[in-house]
Design a protein around this ligand. Sequence first.
Ligand SMILES: O=C(O)CCC(=O)C(=O)O
Length: 286
Amino acid sequence: MARIEDIPDNNDVEFYRSNGYWLSPKLFSDEELSEFRKHHAMVVAGEYETKRFPLSRDPEPGDTSKLVQVNNAYWTDATIARLVLSPVIGRIAAALSGVRGIRLWHDQLLYKPPQSGSSGAIGWHQDLGYWQCLDNDKALTAWVALEDVTEENGCMEVVPGSHTWGLLGEDHFYQKDIDHQKKRIEQKTGRPFTTKSCVLPAGCVSFHHCLTIHGSRPNLSNRPRISIAIHLIADGTRYRAGSVSDDHTSNTLRQPRDGDTYAGPYFPVLYREGDTLANVWMNSPL
Ligand SMILES: O=C(O)CCC(=O)C(=O)O
């Protein structure tokens, strides 16, 4: 088994660059996973350990009848913060996207209820469609499976290679009829839309490029799908004013001016080239 320091290797990086996604081996121990699941459940229930609220959430605590999304859940809970700011995830993300440092853009804790019906589906989209305020396309997402994620419980699906198709303007996170949407994108691009299911054992992480088309189907199982998406940007990424994403919630944290770098405590560093594990944490004030 590869040592964690040797992940990703050159083949993994090559795979990510050609396909726009990559699935990691298990990065977290069973003990860590059990802690993460406990704190994930607390956040879903609205029990905020730090007494701080997340940046946003939908629906409010108490309602788990549909997909629950909590943005910047790491503000609310120290254990979730340890996961979201994981230097290992930062180092892997930097290697895959070929950058020298990685900052958090925002996190998104997800709970897809059992037997979700179509309310658990996530429409096909490219993340950059929502992040057009970023001045580059080096952003990526680390999606952490806290339980085994399968086709039955509505794993994420990606369209390999679609990160090279450009920005399509077809972003419908809340679209529930994803097969209809798929046909429309096929007609628009004239390209075959083949998907790959990101089936992940608990503790594994999928990484996807911000232009990779992805979405997911309902949870057909009797257990919730438990995960967290960690959205990441290259250190040095700047705000590009005047795009349709000016109102992205991360821009409401401060009033950026065109060309401002996303930096400071709202966009903590997960990893910088040359960091040791000890000083990564020094660089990551909450
Ligand atoms: O959780 C899913 O099925 C999709 C998540 C997603 O859209 C993302 O992480 O960017």
